[in-house]
Design a protein around this ligand. Structure first.
Ligand SMILES: [Fe+2]
Length: 350
């Protein structure tokens, strides 16, 4: 399989994965040949790209950190939790369902033996908040596993990630989605959301105190310049420091009303540049060695102008993956092969 961005899709390409809309309805089956209508649909739903199968990429396997069906169910459950909270559904929010879903996500991540994680997310964007919450949970758990968190800490971390923006339920949608700079008063109101979310979780639910505190601290900075309480360094829970970085990583790699998605490599550079300032250096170190900035299945242009597909990542050396040349099919391990030591990746095509 390989990843092809939506604007490069051509009728007749064979889909390597099922495509669903945000409510879980299947739009196109795996193995189907794409029609012009399918491509219009994919573009209409704002999907950044899809995996396709072809001769060149038939031996490339894409393994996601969490099974797609687990992720989809998590999005639906988080969505329903928020809908019940906002009164869109006339039932009390069900925290047991959220806890069950968190356990499924943590189990999937713990059973995944991949050393470097592939995090291209093929999703539609019309329910950003819920997809974002679940994806932040997955990224947080991946970092948490690498930092040897206990099962209990991992569960707290993913629960907090799923609910981290719960305080935004009390902020008007016009303010939340404003495609402009906020006024100082509006920004103050927005900055209340960790505190409002924390108070609400404490009052209405029986999540652990660590979950509630992680939600409260998810906009605090490592250097104490965040909000709402300007807590810093090790006084912040490790789960909060991980959630901060995962939240930023996912928000920046996703298309939003006010920005196009940044490449994983650009986001990692941003996060590394703010290590010790916004982000805990220990968290940044783990991300910088374990998150795939050249995800498997993506096309790249090498510094010698050859066109290649990433076939594997090398743990600890995320800048030096193993690639397959498009014209000859030759495999080059940029980490270890002698012929490739002076070849770099010039461009990621996404
Ligand atoms: Fe937030």
């Amino acid at each position: 399989m390989r990843y092809v961005s939506a604007d490069q899709l051509i009728p007749g390409m064979v889909l390597g994965q099922e495509i669903h809309d945000s409510s879980g309805v299947m739009l196109v089956q795996k193995g189907a040949q794409l029609t012009r209508e399918n491509i219009t649909h994919i573009l209409y739903h704002g999907m950044p790209g899809v995996y396709i199968d072809d001769e060149l990429s038939k031996d490339i396997q894409i393994k996601e950190a969490v099974k797609p069906e687990v992720k989809e169910e998590a999005v639906l459950i988080v969505h329903e939790f928020f809908d019940r909270l906002e009164g869109v559904i006339d039932l009390p929010p069900d925290e047991k369902l959220v806890q069950l879903m968190v356990e499924n996500v943590v189990r999937d991540i713990l059973s995944n033996d991949d050393v470097v994680y592939n995090l291209i997310d093929i999703r539609t964007y019309d329910n950003y908040t819920y997809c974002h919450s679940v994806h932040v949970g997955i990224i947080s758990a991946i970092i948490g596993v690498k930092m040897n968190l206990s099962d209990e800490e991992l569960t707290d971390l993913v629960t907090a990630a799923f609910l981290h923006d719960v305080g935004k339920v009390y902020i008007s949608p016009e303010l939340l989605n404003a495609p402009r700079r906020l006024t100082p008063e509006e920004r103050d109101e927005m900055m209340q959301h960790p505190w409002v979310g924390y108070k609400h979780l404490c009052a209405e639910f029986s999540f652990s105190e660590n979950v509630n505190l992680t939600v409260l601290q998810h906009h605090e900075w490592y250097n104490g310049k965040g909000y709402p309480n300007k807590v810093k360094g090790d006084e912040l829970l490790l789960t909060s420091r991980i959630l901060r970085a995962a939240d930023v990583y996912d928000a920046m790699t996703t298309k939003r009303p006010y920005h196009d998605p940044y490449l994983p490599s650009e986001v990692m550079e941003y996060i590394m540049g703010r290590s010790g300032m916004e982000f805990d250096p220990a968290v940044v170190d783990v991300m910088a060695s374990q998150m795939a900035i050249y995800p498997v299945g993506c096309e790249v242009i090498l510094s010698n102008n050859r066109h290649a597909i990433v076939v594997a990542n090398n743990s600890g050396f995320i800048m030096r993956p193993t690639v397959k040349l498009v014209d000859t099919g030759e495999i080059l391990n940029l980490r270890s092969s002698r012929e490739s030591y002076n070849i770099t990746i010039a461009k990621l095509l996404m």
